[in-house]
Design a protein. Structure first.
Length: 480
């Protein structure tokens, strides 16, 4: 493969624009010669690897190599492997001994459990826990531990000794200090970790040079709340919004744009208005103070402002729908309305909290309130060759019931007595739908906000996911 062929490959792999200097082109050509034109092999001993401009070239080569591997071996969900890398990378910039000390100290943190093993021949067990409440509540909170242990049972004999701390809740609690994480990432990229190797059943580490941060000299403490996790040049920093709970939320956007990167849409550093639109952030107003160290803890549903590590939790998995008649083919489904049923969870509903701005409350309010007002809709095209015309104003009361079947179920939860009464007055709480009833709908809303529900890939419907964004520019659709 010559440089021209490689550039053509970049074009087909959607990496156009990444090679933008003559220096990068020359270095890429040199890398290709070193690998005999094989983009699946990179000679890292090349002395130019650490020079300016080469990192992007190697990054590009690595991604093309990775995509070739994904295609050849039919790897499922490759983006999840990217997430593993992103989660672990800052910890490579911390001395392993310091990291073990931080982990051990965190085992005593309230609302956590630790799984692991002391010897390679041991089984994985629950090693420690600090969980609140009575025995029944503690058992329920530790359910994730038993599920992970069962998941690893077939391969645990190959796993060396380890200790892993988990949060038992479905929300993260480790707000990132951007400056601290940036220091760790730079340290990780400067050096190499110690090399762990095994010969037979005997494992050891080599004394390889590596670069780490000094955990005893962290950057200054941050008192900026949520935006402490954002870069200095981010929108959240350069154009901060008012996070005072007594102030009104930012007005909706006047223009809509297409989403080309779903992950970036969910980033409050890029879209600071999300901090006033989601229960995860509304629960803590301006936000907590970040920790002074990077803590290795697994949490079920991290956000992009937290450095909790994302695990693959069986509690989020759902078996296929049996019998299959409960989930008919798309053309056989009876109901064209957008469907959602759920509880008013996600944050505490009280006199001093901003529960009216939470995503679930706003969704149900949007579906069931304001029928007397007008809304804007796009008329269907007369034929496939026609362009969609401008939006027209119509009465919401005529369209919303025909397009939406959205409601809370059972009754209010997570609320003070007076607020529970208020929720009961202003919302209709309906009967939950089982899988058979839900299978009649063509369109289903996922309003979890923090994660994509794994079951959404199993059903014959179009999934609309509402993220931590504003109104319709926070919706992404996919065919299941």
């Amino acid at each position: 493969m010559d440089l021209t062929q490689f550039l053509n490959l970049c074009e087909t792999q959607k990496w156009r624009g990444r090679i933008n200097t003559a220096e990068q082109a020359v270095l890429l050509e040199k890398l290709l010669k070193n690998t005999n034109g094989d983009t699946n092999v990179i000679h890292h001993e090349d002395s130019t690897i650490g020079e300016s401009g080469v990192a992007d070239s190697i990054h590009l080569l690595t991604h093309i190599s990775r995509w070739s591997y994904v295609q050849e071996h039919r790897v499922q969900l490759p983006d999840e492997y990217d997430q593993i890398y992103k989660d672990l990378e800052p910890f490579w910039g911390i001395d392993p001994k310091d990291l073990q000390m931080i982990q051990r100290d965190w085992e005593g943190h309230a609302d956590s459990y630790t799984i692991g093993k002391d010897q390679i021949e041991d089984s994985i067990t629950l090693l420690n826990y600090t969980l609140p409440g009575n025995d029944k509540l503690r058992y329920n909170l530790a359910a994730g531990a038993f599920q992970v242990m069962e998941l690893l049972e077939d391969v645990e004999k190959f796993i060396p000794a380890f200790r892993a701390v988990f949060s038992p809740h479905d929300n993260p609690n480790l707000l990132t200090d951007w400056e601290l994480k940036d220091m760790a990432l730079k340290a990780a990229k400067r050096g190499e970790c110690k090399l762990f190797f095994c010969i037979g059943m005997i494992c050891n580490t080599t004394d390889v040079r590596y670069s780490v941060i000094d955990i005893n000299n962290p950057p200054p403490v941050k008192l900026d709340g949520w935006i402490s996790a954002c870069a200095p040049d981010s929108a959240a920093r350069t154009a901060p919004i008012d996070l005072d709970p007594r102030s009104p939320p930012p007005p909706p956007r006047t223009s809509k744009t297409f989403i080309h990167n779903h992950r970036l849409v969910m980033d409050p550093c890029n879209h600071p208005e999300l901090l006033r639109l989601h229960g995860q952030f509304l629960s803590h107003n301006r936000g907590p103070v970040p920790h002074r160290v990077m803590i290795p803890q697994f949490s079920y549903s991290p956000t992009m402002l937290h450095h909790d590590i994302t695990p693959s939790m069986p509690m989020n998995w759902v078996e296929d729908i049996i019998p299959r008649s409960d989930d008919p083919e798309w053309s056989d489904k009876e109901d064209d309305r957008l469907h959602w049923r759920g509880r008013n969870t996600g944050m505490w509903h009280g006199r001093k909290t901003q529960w009216r701005l939470a995503q679930r409350t706003r969704l149900v309010d949007l579906a069931l309130k304001g029928y007397e007002h007008n809304i804007s809709v796009l008329k269907p095209r007369s034929d496939e060759s026609s362009r969609v015309g401008p939006a027209i104003a119509v009465k919401k009361g005529r369209y919303a019931p025909a397009m939406l079947d959205i409601a809370f179920v059972i009754g209010p939860v997570s609320c003070e007595d007076n607020t529970c009464d208020e929720l009961q007055r202003i919302f209709e709480f309906r009967i939950p739908h089982d899988a058979k009833m839900a299978g009649k709908y063509k369109y289903v809303m996922d309003v979890s906000g923090l994660r994509v529900m794994n079951w959404s890939m199993l059903l014959n419907y179009a999934l609309l996911q509402i993220t931590r964004s504003t109104e319709t520019d926070g919706l992404a659709d996919s065919k299941g």
